[in-house]
Design a protein around this ligand. Structure first.
Ligand code: FMN
Length: 340
């Protein structure tokens, strides 16, 4: 492992009035970054912060963790966990943030990045980047509502212009955000074109709060390059973290992965899903994970196909065992064609 990279990633970082132990963080991912997956990741270690899946701000004040699909956590992860909220109305977002603070999480993250139609139709997520004044009002309302760190995740906007991203960053900082996670893609682009890392550099230079760079960090070398090219304060990793949940431990110099880690991780996730979710939800979540995990395998499509028809987690575990008993060929670099 590159000592230089590990040293950087292991440096504590101040966010608002709190410190995080490292600079490599898990990006928020709906259906993927759930409590069971975070539990697996935490067992390997090496992360600075974890992000939840996004939660609808309207529902959050009364959301019941015992039955909620995404508002779930472990006590042990609370101080390292940022809960992400999505919504359009500043007051609703403020109420949701109060609940997050009351539960005792590290902080609250505002989603201005999601460009799926169902969210944008409600004027939330990336749709707010078309309304900078309202987006700023959301950040300001959340800031007034809580003392814990307030973070913002956003993307370039609806036009491919770094100056728009810079202007938004300045507004978010002025409205009281303590850190930004920036994904330099235009809003309609669902990860088809490469992200423009040079825009991260422009955003970093425009503000004094920490900036996490995000987008297509698929290897330790890419992580190092992003840091060098952009000067970002930290790196948020999304899809590759699902494929290799141990990468935080690996890139920070805590672990050198042996081949058995693939089988062990998939089976451990099955156990953790059983422990955190009821069977129906658990198997759906495992199938979502499997698509990314299969990127590590030369014939990953075949594993995916078999897991897609596994009727429950026991069947999924048998499929994983049988697949790895046959010593499948691993790929040096995961195949990003599996990543959607
Ligand atoms: C399945 C999936 C779900 C996602 N859900 C969210 C989300 O709920 N909130 C959010 O801000 N970003 C979400 N994202 C975007 C990621 O946080 C990240 O910006 C994107 O995947 C690029 O980073 P990567 O190249 O490291 O994966 C999601 C991405 C994926 C692939």
């Amino acid at each position: 492992m590159d000592r230089h990279l590990a040293d950087f990633l292991n440096r504590p970082l101040r966010i608002g009035d709190r410190w995080i132990p490292g600079r490599l963080v898990l990006a928020p991912m709906t259906d993927l970054g759930h409590v069971a997956f975070r539990h697996l990741l935490a067992e390997f270690g090496g992360y600075g912060l974890l992000w939840s899946e996004m939660v609808d701000a309207r529902r959050l004040p009364t959301e019941n963790p015992a039955v909620s699909n995404c508002f779930r956590w472990r006590e042990a992860e609370k101080e390292h966990l940022v809960f992400q909220i999505v919504g359009h109305d500043p007051q609703q977002m403020a109420m949701a943030a109060r609940r997050i603070q009351a539960e005792g999480f590290f902080g609250v993250d505002i989603n201005f990045g999601c460009s799926v139609q169902a969210i944008c139709k409600k004027g939330a997520g990336a749709a707010l980047l078309r309304e900078p004044s309202r987006a700023e009002a959301v950040v300001a309302a959340v800031r007034r509502a809580v003392d814990c760190p307030v973070l913002v995740k956003y993307r370039t906007g609806w036009q491919d212009d770094p100056q728009l991203a810079v202007a938004l960053a300045r507004r978010f900082e002025a409205a009281g955000a303590d850190a930004l996670t920036f994904h330099p893609r235009v809003a309609p682009d669902r990860r088809t074109r490469p992200p423009r890392w040079s825009y991260i550099a422009a955003v970093k230079q425009a503000v004094t709060i920490p900036v996490f760079g995000n987008g297509n960090v698929f290897s330790a070398a890419a992580c190092q390059r992003m840091i060098e090219v952009t000067g970002c304060d930290g790196v948020a990793v999304g899809r590759m973290a699902i494929a290799r949940p141990w990468l935080f431990a690996e890139w920070t110099g805590r672990l050198t992965p042996a081949p058995g880690i693939y089988r062990r991780s998939a089976l451990r996730l099955i156990d953790l899903l059983k422990c955190h979710f009821e069977p129906g939800r658990a198997v759906v979540r495992f199938r979502r994970f499997a698509r990314y995990f299969a990127a590590n395998l030369r014939f990953g499509h075949s594993l995916c196909r078999r897991l897609a028809t596994a009727k429950d987690l026991d069947a999924a575990a048998e499929t994983v065992e049988a697949f790895f008993d046959a010593s499948p060929e691993l790929t040096e670099s995961p195949n990003p064609n599996f990543f959607h």
